[in-house]
Design a protein around this ligand. Structure first.
Ligand code: ACM
Ligand code: ZN
Length: 753
């Protein structure tokens, strides 16, 4: 009995050992190790019935990346393939099924389609890359297929343009990690990037802009340099589509309507509600001038779509639909008449009318539309699929109504967000979406039952390029997050074992190094978290690497010169600057992280919020407001709490009667991002947390005069509780980006002195 038990143990540990040698991303559904090893040869012999284009791709990857030789001579290793006859039509994902058997003598791939064969080759390439040095791959059998049919990556080429070669590299990255959809965002306010033969002015006038915004949005700075003309000719588009097809990647084009249309209106101002003239936007954000739903606009859009449909064989055409202000429609006689004539409820009904009319046209051409979740406004077009970005609600609503949805919620899938401490990262859009956050995403919302869940087509990450000016930075923003997305999309992610995934990511870095890809090393960075400690705070440092490698200083000096090894959370009882970094074998491996603390009588005290912040901007919860960290504008997702349409009503419990004379807080203004200063604020005190007395009030004018940096003298106060009510600006007034929508209120910290 005992012996048997031991044998079993050895067997199990041997299997684990072998398993740990595979660093595949995305992890396959099923790996079985068998006896023996496959020795990687100098020479590959390809035999059997090998699909040609895919095999050419394989050979090219091997020779350029791995430097393998090819020769049609004996003594090498045989790669064979068989296509399983009869694709089961009840299992869509079987199209992408493959098995890969590696025995000591040969490699055999089975699949139903060339696509399956291609995916198997990606796995094989990763195995060869990983084992190239020791030249041995454990004999094994992999059976694999994706969970989701839509595994997408988006690229915005309007805010910044990327060349055909760069777009092809991007497509290559998608292929490497078994993604199958490239969403090409081709038109926007800042540039029209696709040649349309019937409307040459689109690219003559719409593909360039006077200058571009630079730096942080709030700085409102411009570079003074003309940008463009930049666009893709139809020949170039065909070339890219073909290139993607060879990699089994579907290119889904996006033509934005009715909003994000300034570049188009620059060329054809007659399609707007007002006369114009217009020019392509030089700053980022949302703009009031949008397509006017007149017949002439629909004729134009239909003609544009005709050419787009000719160029892109994808089943879906993305028609945008997001962020369309209704300001102009409200004041336009034609729009108002159309609302009346068609018995529409309001301008949201008009948005729905617009999308439905376009859908009918696209459907008549045998294609389907997909749009951002605002296409749900005023009623969803009958066959439309929804790309859920403002959260997951759009996807849930679509799936419950038996419409397909692609999940791309901002908080997990926006790769223009920061992936590490913003102070050590290049300027980004805001938000905080590190690798583990992406990896933790489950595209199937809990709210859906099994039947509804079938309508979740898949998952996608978006790369908006307002702050991404060159391709090196594109690489930086997608790597390594693309790997996390790929495993989420493949359906084998296991957030509980994030660390195991991260080790595979680090192994993939070797490949990216070889390819000279500028990937982010943010996972090495030391991150800090403020924790409550003894009625105050302490700063807890962590790294996903060996915690013994963390070093820090408390006097602002560089940890590379003279620092302490981190052991326990560092109590912070006075204002100071903590610098930290990660070291391996004495070598600095990460960027240096810095955190400044500003300590007040409220710091670390118990705080409650009557209304919770919005999901995307709720990092750290209520405690964020008393964590001793004054908000950095670059860290919207981290040091600030964001409330859309809601007031901040915070109660701080000092724990005992406390004297104070001043109260501080900041609220942001960034109208382009719908962030408005508070309308008013009131301070109350109480000793029993029931009866509160107002001690101070400040109105809109004073808040605006102070530009949101509020410092209130409250006289000599003694109280156990303080309540701060900060009033949201409410509905965004006409003439502003996002007019009629709920404004955002951002607050970073409440200090009491
Ligand atoms: C979007 O991010 N406006 C779809
Ligand atoms: Zn109009």
């Amino acid at each position: 009995m005992q012996r048997f038990f031991l044998t079993l143990l050895i067997l199990v540990s041997h299997m684990f050992f072998a398993q740990s040698k595979l660093n595949l991303i995305p992890k396959p559904q099923k790996v079985e190790f068998v006896k023996g090893e496959f020795t990687i040869p100098e020479t590959f012999i390809l035999s059997g019935d090998l699909p040609k284009a895919e095999t050419e791709y394989f050979k090219k990857r091997l020779s350029t990346q791995l430097k393998f030789q090819y020769a049609q001579k004996e003594g090498g290793i045989h790669l064979t393939n068989s296509i399983i006859p009869g694709l089961p039509n009840d299992d869509e994902q079987k199209k992408e099924y493959y098995s890969l058997e590696i025995s000591p003598k040969q490699i055999h791939i089975k699949s139903y389609t060339k696509q399956g064969y291609f995916l198997a080759l990606q796995t094989l390439i990763q195995l060869l890359e990983e084992h190239k040095t020791n030249k041995k791959i454990p004999a094994l059998k992999i059976e694999d297929q994706p969970k989701f049919a839509w595994r997408g990556m988006h690229l915005d080429v309007c805010r910044h343009f990327f060349t055909v070669d760069e777009v092809k590299q991007y497509i290559d990255y998608l292929a490497m990690y078994k993604m199958n959809t490239f969403h090409w965002h081709l038109t926007d306010d800042q540039g029209w990037r696709i040649e349309i033969k019937k409307y040459p002015k689109l690219t003559q006038l719409g593909s360039k802009r006077k200058e571009s915004m630079i730096g942080a949005y709030v700085d409102n700075k411009f570079d003074g340099k003309p940008y463009g003309p930049y666009f893709y000719t139809q020949e170039q588009i065909k070339d890219v589509v073909k290139y993607a097809q060879e990699r089994h990647i579907t290119v889904v084009p996006e033509i934005e309507m009715p909003g994000h249309a300034l570049a188009a209106l620059t060329a054809y101002p007659e399609l707007a509600c007002t006369k114009g003239p217009f020019e392509p936007a030089t700053k980022w954000g949302v703009f009031d001038d949008v397509f006017c739903p007149k017949d002439e606009t629909f004729t134009f859009l239909e003609n544009v779509l005709d050419e787009v449909i000719q160029l892109f064989p994808s089943q879906y055409i993305h028609i945008g639909g997001d962020e369309c202000p209704k300001t102009r429609w409200k004041e336009c006689a034609h729009c108002q008449e159309l609302i009346k004539k068609n018995n529409l409820k309001d301008e949201h009904g008009l948005q729905s009318y617009f999308i439905q009319r376009i859908e009918k046209y696209v459907n008549s051409k045998g294609r389907k539309i997909i749009g951002w979740d605002e296409i749900l406004e005023g009623g969803l077009a009958p066959n439309a699929a929804v790309m859920s970005w403002t959260g997951i609600k759009g996807g849930i609503e679509a799936a419950k109504a038996n419409h397909f949805a692609v999940m791309t919620p901002g908080s997990y899938c926006y790769f223009d967000h920061y992936q590490g401490d913003p102070q050590t990262e290049p300027n980004a859009f805001g938000g905080y979406t590190p690798l583990d956050k992406v990896y933790s995403y489950n595209p199937i919302p809990e709210e859906l039952n099994a039947e509804q869940a079938k309508y979740i087509l898949g998952v996608q990450a978006n790369l908006w390029t307002e702050y991404i000016t060159d391709f090196k930075q594109v690489q930086y923003m997608i790597f390594p997050r693309l790997m996390a997305l790929s495993e989420v999309a493949w359906g084998t992610s296991d957030p509980k074992n994030y660390k195991e995934f991260e080790n595979r990511v680090i192994s993939q870095f070797t490949v990216l190094d070889k390819m000279k890809v500028n990937y982010a090393k943010s996972i090495y960075n030391v991150s800090g978290k403020v924790i409550p400690d003894n009625n105050g705070i302490a700063y807890e440092l962590s790294t996903s690497q060996d915690p013994k490698g963390i070093r820090y200083t408390l006097d602002g000096t560089d940890p590379a010169t003279n620092s302490s090894v981190y052991q326990n959370p560092v109590p912070v009882s006075k204002s100071l600057l903590i610098k930290s970094a990660y070291f391996e074998n004495g070598q600095l491996k990460s960027a240096v992280s810095s955190q400044e603390f500003s300590i007040s009588k409220a710091t670390g005290k118990k705080i409650t919020l009557e209304q919770q912040p919005s999901e995307n901007y709720s990092f750290g919860g209520a405690f964020t407001l008393v964590d001793g960290i004054i908000g950095n504008q670059k860290q919207l997702g981290k040091t600030w709490l964001g409330f859309q349409g809601k007031d901040v009503i915070a109660t701080i419990d000092f724990g005992q009667k406390t004297n104070f004379t001043e109260v501080y807080f900041n609220t942001l203004e960034n109208k382009g991002s719908w962030i408005h200063l508070a309308k008013s604020a009131q301070i109350f005190v109480s000793d029993d947390n029931r009866n509160f007395k107002m001690i101070k009030e400040i109105g809109k004018e004073d808040i605006q005069k102070a530009k949101g940096k509020i410092k209130l003298n409250v006289g000599n106060q003694t109280a156990k509780y303080i309540k701060i009510k900060i009033e949201n600006a409410g509905i965004i007034p006409a003439g502003n980006p996002g007019a009629d929508s709920k404004a955002w209120l951002f607050v970073d910290e409440i200090s009491v002195l």
